[in-house]
Design a protein around this ligand. Sequence first.
Ligand SMILES: NC(=O)c1ccc[n+]([C@@H]2O[C@H](COP(=O)([O-])OP(=O)(O)OC[C@H]3O[C@@H](n4cnc5c(N)ncnc54)[C@H](OP(=O)(O)O)[C@@H]3O)[C@@H](O)[C@H]2O)c1
Length: 281
Amino acid sequence: MSQILDGQMVSKEIRERVKEEVARLEIKPKLAVILVGDDDASQIYVRNKVKTCNSVGIIAEDYLLPSDTIEKELLDLIEKLNKDKSVNGILVQMPLPKHINENTVVNTILPIKDVDGLNLVNQGKLLNRNPALVPATPKGIITLLKRYFVEIEGKKVVVIGRSKLVGMPLALLFINANATVTICHSYTENLKEITKQADILVSAVGKANFISGDMIKKDAVVVDVGINRQMGNIVGDVNFKEAMEVARLVTPVPKGVGPMTIASLLENVLEAYDLQKRDIQ
Ligand SMILES: NC(=O)c1ccc[n+]([C@@H]2O[C@H](COP(=O)([O-])OP(=O)(O)OC[C@H]3O[C@@H](n4cnc5c(N)ncnc54)[C@H](OP(=O)(O)O)[C@@H]3O)[C@@H](O)[C@H]2O)c1
Protein backbone atom coordinates (compact mmCIF):
# COMPACT_ATOMS: atom_id res chain seq x y z
CA MET A 1 0.00 0.00 0.00
CA SER A 2 1.60 3.27 -1.15
CA GLN A 3 1.78 6.32 1.04
CA ILE A 4 2.59 9.91 0.27
CA LEU A 5 5.54 11.82 1.69
CA ASP A 6 3.58 14.80 2.95
CA GLY A 7 5.83 17.81 2.44
CA GLN A 8 3.06 20.20 3.39
CA MET A 9 2.65 18.63 6.83
CA VAL A 10 6.38 18.34 7.57
CA SER A 11 6.96 21.89 6.34
CA LYS A 12 4.29 23.12 8.76
CA GLU A 13 6.06 21.37 11.64
CA ILE A 14 9.34 23.06 10.65
CA ARG A 15 7.71 26.48 10.26
CA GLU A 16 6.20 26.19 13.73
CA ARG A 17 9.56 25.21 15.21
CA VAL A 18 11.31 28.11 13.45
CA LYS A 19 8.59 30.49 14.65
CA GLU A 20 9.17 29.41 18.26
CA GLU A 21 12.94 29.83 17.90
CA VAL A 22 12.57 33.27 16.32
CA ALA A 23 10.17 34.35 19.08
CA ARG A 24 12.91 33.64 21.64
CA LEU A 25 15.40 35.91 19.82
CA GLU A 26 15.67 39.50 20.96
CA ILE A 27 17.01 40.71 17.60
CA LYS A 28 15.02 39.16 14.79
CA PRO A 29 16.78 37.52 11.82
CA LYS A 30 16.57 39.44 8.56
CA LEU A 31 16.58 38.14 4.98
CA ALA A 32 17.17 40.34 1.92
CA VAL A 33 15.59 38.98 -1.26
CA ILE A 34 16.72 40.52 -4.54
CA LEU A 35 14.77 40.18 -7.76
CA VAL A 36 16.02 41.60 -11.05
CA GLY A 37 13.38 41.94 -13.77
CA ASP A 38 9.68 41.15 -13.95
CA ASP A 39 9.49 37.41 -14.68
CA ASP A 40 6.03 36.28 -13.49
CA ALA A 41 7.11 33.02 -11.83
CA SER A 42 10.06 34.73 -10.09
CA GLN A 43 7.78 37.45 -8.73
CA ILE A 44 5.48 34.79 -7.25
CA TYR A 45 8.45 32.90 -5.71
CA VAL A 46 9.81 36.11 -4.16
CA ARG A 47 6.40 37.12 -2.79
CA ASN A 48 5.95 33.64 -1.26
CA LYS A 49 9.39 33.70 0.34
CA VAL A 50 8.81 37.14 1.86
CA LYS A 51 5.34 36.17 3.08
CA THR A 52 6.49 32.89 4.65
CA CYS A 53 9.45 34.57 6.38
CA ASN A 54 7.18 37.23 7.84
CA SER A 55 4.72 34.56 9.03
CA VAL A 56 7.40 33.09 11.32
CA GLY A 57 8.78 36.42 12.51
CA ILE A 58 11.80 36.63 10.18
CA ILE A 59 12.07 40.12 8.71
CA ALA A 60 12.16 39.82 4.92
CA GLU A 61 12.90 42.78 2.69
CA ASP A 62 12.61 42.59 -1.06
CA TYR A 63 14.74 44.60 -3.46
CA LEU A 64 13.00 44.77 -6.82
CA LEU A 65 15.37 45.96 -9.54
CA PRO A 66 14.44 46.68 -13.17
CA SER A 67 15.50 44.18 -15.85
CA ASP A 68 18.03 46.62 -17.35
CA THR A 69 19.98 46.87 -14.06
CA ILE A 70 23.69 46.59 -14.85
CA GLU A 71 25.77 43.93 -13.07
CA LYS A 72 27.81 46.52 -11.15
CA GLU A 73 24.66 48.00 -9.56
CA LEU A 74 23.57 44.54 -8.38
CA LEU A 75 27.04 43.74 -7.02
CA ASP A 76 27.13 47.12 -5.20
CA LEU A 77 23.79 46.32 -3.56
CA ILE A 78 25.07 42.89 -2.46
CA GLU A 79 28.26 44.47 -1.04
CA LYS A 80 26.10 46.93 0.90
CA LEU A 81 23.96 44.10 2.30
CA ASN A 82 27.12 42.07 3.07
CA LYS A 83 28.33 44.92 5.29
CA ASP A 84 24.94 45.54 6.93
CA LYS A 85 25.07 43.69 10.26
CA SER A 86 21.28 43.68 10.56
CA VAL A 87 21.02 41.51 7.42
CA ASN A 88 21.62 37.81 8.09
CA GLY A 89 20.74 36.26 4.74
CA ILE A 90 20.92 37.39 1.12
CA LEU A 91 19.08 35.60 -1.64
CA VAL A 92 19.15 36.54 -5.33
CA GLN A 93 16.21 35.05 -7.21
CA MET A 94 17.32 33.11 -10.30
CA PRO A 95 17.29 33.25 -13.26
CA LEU A 96 18.98 36.63 -13.75
CA PRO A 97 18.78 38.57 -17.02
CA LYS A 98 21.30 37.27 -19.58
CA HIS A 99 23.67 40.28 -19.29
CA ILE A 100 24.37 39.48 -15.61
CA ASN A 101 26.79 36.68 -14.67
CA GLU A 102 25.07 34.44 -12.10
CA ASN A 103 28.35 32.98 -10.81
CA THR A 104 29.82 36.42 -10.16
CA VAL A 105 26.65 37.39 -8.30
CA VAL A 106 26.41 34.35 -6.02
CA ASN A 107 30.12 34.49 -5.28
CA THR A 108 29.84 38.12 -4.20
CA ILE A 109 27.45 37.16 -1.39
CA LEU A 110 29.33 36.57 1.88
CA PRO A 111 29.41 32.77 2.44
CA ILE A 112 27.83 33.16 5.89
CA LYS A 113 24.91 35.10 4.35
CA ASP A 114 24.51 32.78 1.33
CA VAL A 115 21.20 31.16 2.36
CA ASP A 116 20.84 29.51 -1.06
CA GLY A 117 24.13 27.68 -0.47
CA LEU A 118 25.22 28.36 -4.02
CA ASN A 119 28.56 30.10 -3.69
CA LEU A 120 31.86 28.29 -4.10
CA VAL A 121 32.71 28.28 -0.38
CA ASN A 122 29.44 26.59 0.57
CA GLN A 123 29.67 24.15 -2.35
CA GLY A 124 33.21 23.28 -1.25
CA LYS A 125 32.12 22.74 2.33
CA LEU A 126 29.44 20.31 1.17
CA LEU A 127 32.03 18.46 -0.91
CA ASN A 128 34.29 18.34 2.17
CA ARG A 129 31.50 16.73 4.20
CA ASN A 130 31.44 19.82 6.38
CA PRO A 131 28.25 21.47 5.16
CA ALA A 132 27.27 24.95 6.36
CA LEU A 133 24.52 26.49 4.23
CA VAL A 134 23.08 23.83 1.92
CA PRO A 135 20.72 24.59 -1.01
CA ALA A 136 17.16 24.51 0.30
CA THR A 137 15.59 21.96 -2.06
CA PRO A 138 18.13 19.15 -1.48
CA LYS A 139 18.18 19.91 2.23
CA GLY A 140 14.37 19.74 2.35
CA ILE A 141 14.34 16.40 0.53
CA ILE A 142 16.71 14.79 3.03
CA THR A 143 14.71 16.25 5.94
CA LEU A 144 11.49 14.84 4.48
CA LEU A 145 12.98 11.37 3.99
CA LYS A 146 14.36 11.34 7.53
CA ARG A 147 11.03 12.49 8.94
CA TYR A 148 9.48 9.36 7.38
CA PHE A 149 12.38 7.20 8.66
CA VAL A 150 13.45 6.29 5.12
CA GLU A 151 16.73 4.41 5.38
CA ILE A 152 19.44 6.02 3.24
CA GLU A 153 22.63 4.32 4.40
CA GLY A 154 23.73 1.56 2.03
CA LYS A 155 20.76 2.15 -0.29
CA LYS A 156 20.95 2.60 -4.03
CA VAL A 157 19.89 6.15 -4.92
CA VAL A 158 19.35 7.42 -8.45
CA VAL A 159 19.17 11.19 -8.94
CA ILE A 160 18.05 12.39 -12.38
CA GLY A 161 19.35 15.93 -12.92
CA ARG A 162 22.76 17.47 -12.23
CA SER A 163 22.01 21.15 -11.63
CA LYS A 164 23.97 23.18 -9.09
CA LEU A 165 20.73 23.98 -7.29
CA VAL A 166 19.21 20.50 -6.99
CA GLY A 167 20.82 17.41 -8.54
CA MET A 168 24.50 17.86 -7.65
CA PRO A 169 24.11 19.01 -4.02
CA LEU A 170 21.43 16.36 -3.44
CA ALA A 171 23.72 13.63 -4.76
CA LEU A 172 26.44 14.85 -2.37
CA LEU A 173 24.04 14.84 0.59
CA PHE A 174 23.08 11.25 -0.24
CA ILE A 175 26.74 10.23 -0.56
CA ASN A 176 27.49 11.93 2.75
CA ALA A 177 24.64 9.87 4.23
CA ASN A 178 26.41 6.69 2.96
CA ALA A 179 24.11 5.90 0.03
CA THR A 180 25.41 4.56 -3.28
CA VAL A 181 24.48 7.22 -5.78
CA THR A 182 24.03 7.29 -9.55
CA ILE A 183 23.52 10.68 -11.22
CA CYS A 184 21.67 10.67 -14.54
CA HIS A 185 21.30 13.49 -17.08
CA SER A 186 20.32 14.13 -20.66
CA TYR A 187 23.22 12.05 -22.01
CA THR A 188 22.41 8.99 -19.87
CA GLU A 189 21.79 5.85 -21.91
CA ASN A 190 19.26 3.18 -20.91
CA LEU A 191 17.74 5.37 -18.21
CA LYS A 192 14.99 2.90 -17.38
CA GLU A 193 17.49 0.13 -16.62
CA ILE A 194 19.14 2.44 -14.09
CA THR A 195 16.00 3.85 -12.47
CA LYS A 196 14.58 0.32 -12.03
CA GLN A 197 17.44 -0.41 -9.63
CA ALA A 198 16.82 2.57 -7.37
CA ASP A 199 15.69 2.10 -3.78
CA ILE A 200 15.27 5.88 -3.77
CA LEU A 201 14.53 7.56 -7.10
CA VAL A 202 14.67 11.34 -7.42
CA SER A 203 13.56 13.15 -10.56
CA ALA A 204 14.70 16.76 -10.97
CA VAL A 205 14.29 17.17 -14.71
CA GLY A 206 11.37 19.50 -15.38
CA LYS A 207 9.35 17.36 -17.80
CA ALA A 208 5.78 16.25 -17.08
CA ASN A 209 5.18 12.48 -17.10
CA PHE A 210 8.90 11.82 -17.48
CA ILE A 211 8.84 8.96 -14.96
CA SER A 212 6.31 6.23 -15.67
CA GLY A 213 5.41 3.34 -13.39
CA ASP A 214 7.53 0.85 -15.37
CA MET A 215 10.69 2.86 -14.54
CA ILE A 216 10.20 2.37 -10.80
CA LYS A 217 11.40 -0.55 -8.69
CA LYS A 218 8.70 -2.20 -6.59
CA ASP A 219 8.46 -0.63 -3.11
CA ALA A 220 10.90 2.16 -3.98
CA VAL A 221 10.74 5.66 -2.54
CA VAL A 222 10.08 8.25 -5.25
CA VAL A 223 10.86 11.94 -4.86
CA ASP A 224 9.43 14.26 -7.51
CA VAL A 225 11.20 17.64 -7.65
CA GLY A 226 9.80 18.76 -11.00
CA ILE A 227 7.46 21.71 -11.36
CA ASN A 228 5.68 21.73 -14.70
CA ARG A 229 2.65 23.57 -15.98
CA GLN A 230 0.18 21.29 -17.75
CA MET A 231 -3.23 22.51 -18.89
CA GLY A 232 -3.36 25.13 -16.16
CA ASN A 233 -2.21 22.73 -13.43
CA ILE A 234 1.12 22.29 -11.68
CA VAL A 235 2.41 18.74 -12.08
CA GLY A 236 5.71 17.04 -11.32
CA ASP A 237 7.97 14.82 -13.44
CA VAL A 238 6.43 11.61 -12.15
CA ASN A 239 3.21 10.00 -13.30
CA PHE A 240 1.80 10.07 -9.78
CA LYS A 241 -0.98 7.53 -10.32
CA GLU A 242 1.37 4.92 -11.81
CA ALA A 243 4.02 5.60 -9.16
CA MET A 244 1.50 5.02 -6.38
CA GLU A 245 0.81 1.56 -7.82
CA VAL A 246 4.46 0.47 -7.63
CA ALA A 247 6.33 2.55 -5.06
CA ARG A 248 6.17 2.47 -1.26
CA LEU A 249 6.38 6.23 -0.74
CA VAL A 250 5.88 9.04 -3.25
CA THR A 251 6.03 12.84 -2.95
CA PRO A 252 2.98 14.53 -4.48
CA VAL A 253 3.19 17.69 -6.60
CA PRO A 254 2.16 20.13 -5.29
CA LYS A 255 2.53 19.67 -1.50
CA GLY A 256 5.67 17.56 -1.65
CA VAL A 257 9.15 18.98 -2.24
CA GLY A 258 7.95 22.59 -2.82
CA PRO A 259 6.86 23.36 0.77
CA MET A 260 10.01 21.60 2.07
CA THR A 261 12.14 24.02 0.03
CA ILE A 262 10.54 27.03 1.69
CA ALA A 263 10.83 25.44 5.16
CA SER A 264 14.51 24.71 4.56
CA LEU A 265 15.10 28.30 3.48
CA LEU A 266 13.73 29.44 6.84
CA GLU A 267 16.07 27.00 8.59
CA ASN A 268 18.95 28.39 6.53
CA VAL A 269 18.15 31.96 7.59
CA LEU A 270 18.31 30.82 11.23
CA GLU A 271 21.52 28.93 10.51
CA ALA A 272 23.04 32.07 8.91
CA TYR A 273 21.95 34.12 11.92
CA ASP A 274 23.75 31.64 14.21
CA LEU A 275 26.88 31.58 12.05
CA GLN A 276 27.10 35.37 12.23
CA LYS A 277 26.47 35.45 15.96
CA ARG A 278 29.30 32.96 16.49
CA ASP A 279 31.55 34.93 14.12
CA ILE A 280 30.95 38.18 16.00
CA GLN A 281 31.57 36.71 19.46
N1 LIG B 1 10.00 21.85 -5.84
C1 LIG B 1 10.94 22.77 -5.70
O1 LIG B 1 11.06 23.41 -4.65
C2 LIG B 1 11.91 22.99 -6.79
C3 LIG B 1 13.11 23.66 -6.57
C4 LIG B 1 14.02 23.79 -7.63
C5 LIG B 1 13.68 23.27 -8.88
N2 LIG B 1 12.48 22.67 -9.06
C6 LIG B 1 12.07 22.09 -10.34
O2 LIG B 1 12.88 20.91 -10.54
C7 LIG B 1 13.14 20.73 -11.94
C8 LIG B 1 14.65 20.72 -12.13
O3 LIG B 1 15.19 21.96 -11.71
P1 LIG B 1 16.71 22.35 -12.00
O4 LIG B 1 16.89 23.76 -11.59
O5 LIG B 1 17.59 21.30 -11.43
O6 LIG B 1 16.66 22.26 -13.62
P2 LIG B 1 17.80 22.24 -14.72
O7 LIG B 1 18.95 23.07 -14.29
O8 LIG B 1 17.10 22.54 -15.99
O9 LIG B 1 18.28 20.70 -14.73
C9 LIG B 1 17.53 19.70 -15.33
C10 LIG B 1 18.35 18.44 -15.37
O10 LIG B 1 17.59 17.44 -16.02
C11 LIG B 1 18.41 16.75 -16.94
N3 LIG B 1 17.63 16.23 -18.06
C12 LIG B 1 16.96 16.93 -19.00
N4 LIG B 1 16.41 16.08 -19.89
C13 LIG B 1 16.73 14.83 -19.49
C14 LIG B 1 16.49 13.52 -20.01
N5 LIG B 1 15.76 13.35 -21.12
N6 LIG B 1 17.00 12.47 -19.35
C15 LIG B 1 17.72 12.62 -18.21
N7 LIG B 1 18.01 13.84 -17.70
C16 LIG B 1 17.52 14.92 -18.32
C17 LIG B 1 19.40 17.80 -17.43
O11 LIG B 1 20.54 17.16 -17.97
P3 LIG B 1 21.80 17.98 -18.57
O12 LIG B 1 22.59 18.43 -17.37
O13 LIG B 1 22.52 16.98 -19.39
O14 LIG B 1 21.23 19.12 -19.37
C18 LIG B 1 19.66 18.58 -16.15
O15 LIG B 1 20.74 18.04 -15.43
C19 LIG B 1 12.41 21.89 -12.63
O16 LIG B 1 11.12 21.45 -12.99
C20 LIG B 1 12.30 22.95 -11.54
O17 LIG B 1 11.20 23.82 -11.75
C21 LIG B 1 11.61 22.50 -8.04
